[in-house]
Structures are given as structure tokens and as C-alpha cells.
Design a protein around this ligand. Structure first.
Ligand SMILES: [Ca+2]
Length: 188
């Protein structure tokens, strides 16, 4: 490998290493991660890429599909973003979901760990996934993350097929981190 190639590889590693899937920073303290699973280069940077496949629904094309044997959807794994370390922040996860069986249990999971130690875990049931089988629904889950989380923690976000009853398709996964500033006084 030439020296130039090594330099380019190192640069790419630096650029993509810690924040692989950050699509944009719209304002200070706000970070967005979005994937409609149509871009193979972006898909490779997201977790559980083995779940990404072509849907039978041409309107959604590529999706992340979970089942009893592959229960975790594609999602993100990243360090706490630099602008949110030691800050309270809100995580809002939106997306589209389609279950092949009614009353399936799918959950938006936010898992935070420092090294091998789990620090925070939340699994929010997606009510819309209990709707009619084989129809697309949208979902939204919101979780507050306290500023006491260690600065060098890593955060994972994905959809968990918790009961394995249904093959479940996930698309247009849209994850937003926003700093929450609580007022320093209470209004009269
Ligand atoms: Ca798609």
C-alpha cells in the first residue's frame, strides 16, 4: 500500500471512526441520524446490516427486517456526541414499521454502556406495531438522557423484535438528539 493510500485510509478512519452515521448537525446541541436503507455505503456504517434487504413493497424498497432469529434492526452505535457530553438531552426516534402478524411486540431500544458496563437501558413499546398486519405505520418514541451519563459512554439505538412473533420491517429510521436546557428558576 502506498504512503498516500495509507494517509487516505487513516483520514477516512478519522472521519468515520467515532460518528459513523451522523448526517448533519442542524444547530448547536442537535444531531440527526437518518437512514432509509437505500444507500449501501451508509448501510455499512449502521449496526446489524445483515437485516437490510429488499422489501416486497416497492414503495419502501430496502428495509431492515427483524424476526425471532434476527431480533435487532439496523440502528446506530456511537459515542455520546461531543456537544452533548455532560448535558441532558432528548432522543427522539421516528420511523415506519410493518408487522406480518398483529399484536406483535416491537420496542425502540436505547442502550448506553461504558466499556462492558451497562449504564442505561430503555425499551419503549411501539403501540402502532400492534395494529393491522401487513400495513405500514409510523412510530415515535422519546427518551430523556440525564447529564450524569459518563462522557465516554457509547449509545446504541435500534428496534427490537421482542417476542419474535412477527417478521417486522423497519424503514426511514430517523434519530434525533437535542440538548434539553431546564430553566434555572421556576416561574411565579
Ligand atoms: Ca427504504
Amino acid at each position: 500500500m502506498s504512503r498516500m493510500r495509507i494517509a487516505i485510509s487513516l483520514l477516512l478512519l478519522l472521519l468515520t471512526g467515532n460518528m459513523p452515521c451522523m448526517s448533519q448537525t442542524s444547530q448547536t446541541g442537535s444531531y440527526r441520524f437518518f437512514n432509509n436503507f437505500e444507500d449501501s455505503a451508509l448501510n455499512a456504517e449502521w449496526m446489524n446490516g445483515n437485516t437490510i434487504e429488499k422489501s416486497i413493497d416497492p414503495a419502501h424498497n430496502f428495509i431492515s427486517k427483524t424476526s425471532g432469529t434476527n431480533p435487532y434492526s439496523s440502528g446506530i452505535e456511537t459515542e455520546i456526541p461531543a456537544g452533548l457530553k455532560s448535558k441532558n438531552f432528548r432522543v427522539v426516534v421516528k420511523g415506519s414499521i410493518r408487522c406480518e402478524a398483529a399484536a406483535a411486540n416491537n420496542q425502540v431500544v436505547i442502550s448506553i454502556a461504558k466499556g462492558d458496563s451497562s449504564i442505561f437501558w430503555s425499551g419503549e413499546h411501539i403501540p402502532d406495531s400492534t395494529g393491522k398486519a401487513n400495513e405500514w405505520n409510523v412510530f415515535l418514541a422519546t427518551t430523556l438522557i440525564p447529564r450524569s451519563i459518563p462522557r465516554d459512554s457509547r449509545i446504541k439505538i435500534f428496534v427490537w423484535n421482542a417476542d419474535g412473533k412477527s417478521e417486522t420491517s423497519i424503514d426511514d429510521l430517523d434519530i434525533n438528539f437535542t440538548e434539553v436546557k431546564f430553566p434555572s428558576f421556576l416561574p411565579n
